[in-house]
Write a protein that binds this ligand. Structure first.
Ligand code: GDP
Length: 214
């Protein structure tokens, strides 16, 4: 049974582990991992920064040349955060997007230790094509997803909540709501940070080994 009150994880000591251009070069597929994804400018670096308090981590993912890599951050020996860079710059060639999509799909479908996907969307522009694609992969693979509607400080509470309801309704209508939760988030105001930490704690909880049989 899932632990309803998992141990709180300290995200403040998270450190950069490695970058991998393909799944073959990822760290060993063991323990528990949670991936963050979003279109460029969705607010992913800011969210990782708000969570970890480490500006350098988020910048790592933005180093030119690293943008198309899967970045791994270590929480503990058996727990990792993974930054899956999005795209959205017109500069990126179609062929490169296709290539990157193949790696993303492969990672989402084949990574055994992946416990969940945090999908970030600007609250003013939710559910774009990239987001729908990511959710389709997650839902079809039975991978739980948690949507952060970012930059919520740009809207008043009423409109922000209405957007959340509208997103939840759209997901239901598209059959993309199984195992998918939605929350409002602001890195600037730290809105929803606690809720995100609880979700990550739930996903990253390490199962205790069952007692040895006699
Ligand atoms: P990334 O490309 O997804 O990593 O996006 P960034 O984290 O770099 O954010 C893109 C832009 O949105 C930057 O100018 C940030 O300052 C801004 N931004 C990110 N999070 C927030 C937020 O919570 N509130 C506001 N007002 N702006 C934000």
């Amino acid at each position: 049974m899932a632990d309803s009150n998992p141990e709180r994880i300290n995200f403040r000591d998270v450190q950069f582990l490695t970058s991998a251009p393909t799944l073959d070069e990822c760290p060993e597929d063991s323990g528990a991992e949670v991936a963050f994804a979003g279109r460029s400018n969705a607010g992913k670096s800011s969210a990782i920064n708000a969570l970890t308090g480490n500006k350098k981590l988020a910048r790592t993912s933005k180093t030119p040349g690293r943008t198309q890599l899967i970045n791994f951050f270590r929480i503990s020996d058996q727990q990792r955060l993974v930054d899956l860079p999005g795209y959205g710059y017109a500069k990126v060639a179609r062929s490169m997007k296709d290539e990157w999509q193949r790696h993303l799909a492969f990672y989402l479908e084949h990574r055994e230790c992946l416990r969940g996907l945090v999908l970030l969307m600007d609250i003013r522009q939710p559910l774009k094509e990239f987001d729908q694609q990511m959710l389709t992969w997650a839902v079809s693979g039975g991978l739980p997803a948690h949507i952060l509607l970012t930059k919520a400080d740009k809207l008043k509470n009423g409109p922000a909540n209405n957007t959340r309801f509208a997103v939840e309704k759209a997901l239901r209508e598209q059959g993309l709501d199984t195992g998918v939760s939605v929350q409002i988030f602001s890195s600037t105001k730290k809105t929803g940070l606690d809720k995100l930490e609880r979700k990550l704690g739930e996903w990253l909880a390490l199962e205790e080994s069952p007692p040895e049989a006699d």
